[in-house]
Design a protein around this ligand. Structure first.
Ligand code: DX5
Ligand code: ZN
Length: 237
């Protein structure tokens, strides 16, 4: 049976995982109760780092049956959608910045059977997503500058999260509001309070000093406290 805590999704970003033991690390996160596996794809152009491609997505697909949440930080993502979905991506998110026809790319993702997300960098205003919102399955608000794990959460993004949450309530209730960057047990409640319901975390899970399970439990515990404080949820729960 689903509990109130299932209203939130935790997506574990393998960017901070130990790749020498990738299967073990993913299994530990899965056993501790993460909902999705987040895969950060970087090309050294859109962001200054180079990371993973479809080959790693296909590897993750063989390791876990959890949904694979692929975050494309690459130029011309439209050229690579088919490869990532063939490799096993369930969610594919593209940045709004520098992409000339995001509507078309979202349509292609959906037509190939995956869920489509749109991502906003910290410098991109909430209003930039308004026109595309009815066509997306997920909005990802970056709470750090994309490129690296281990950066600090930018608190000024909370207002943007609330603004987009209001837009979602008006135009597309099925869209998930995801946040990515610097999420930890100290800030996850306030981010949830602002309206996010899907939380990406790399460092807080894979670099937790007491291990991966403790990292997941710490985040879940803070979310649970937040839900217990919510009168609306108590009434319905
Ligand atoms: C940053 C990536 C994030 C990153 C998050 O460009 O999109 O997914 O892995 O790492 P933490 O949780 O350490 O900020
Ligand atoms: Zn990411």
């Amino acid at each position: 049976m689903k509990g109130i805590i299932d209203l939130f999704y935790l997506s574990a970003s393998i960017l901070s995982a130990d790749f020498a033991n990738l299967a073990d690390q993913i299994h530990k996160a899965e056993d501790a109760g993460v909902d999705w596996i987040h895969i950060d794809v970087m090309d050294g152009h859109f962001v200054p780092n180079i990371t993973m491609g479809p080959f790693i997505v296909e590897t993750c697909r063989r390791i876990t049956s959890l949904p694979l949440d692929v975050h494309l930080m690459i130029e011309k993502p439209e050229n690579h959608i088919q490869s990532f979905i063939n490799a096993g991506a369930n969610w594919v998110s593209i940045h709004i910045e520098g992409n000339s026809n995001v509507h078309r790319t979202l349509q292609v993702i959906q037509s190939l059977g995956a869920k489509a997300g749109i991502v906003l960098n910290p410098g991109t205003p909430a209003q930039a997503v308004e026109a595309i919102l009815p066509f997306t399955d997920l909005v990802l608000v970056m709470t750090v500058n994309p490129g690296f794990s281990g950066q600090s959460f930018i608190p000024q993004m909370l207002g943007k999260i609330s603004t987009i949450k209001n837009m979602i309530e008006k135009t597309n209730l099925r869209a998930i509001l995801q946040v990515d960057g610097g999420i930890n047990p100290q800030n996850i409640s306030v981010v949830a309070q602002a309206g996010a319901n899907c939380f990406v975390a790399a460092t807080a899970i894979f670099k937790h000093p007491q291990g991966i399970a403790e990292g997941v439990i710490s985040l879940r515990t803070e979310l649970q406290k937040k839900m217990r404080l919510s009168p609306q949820i108590q009434e319905n729960g």
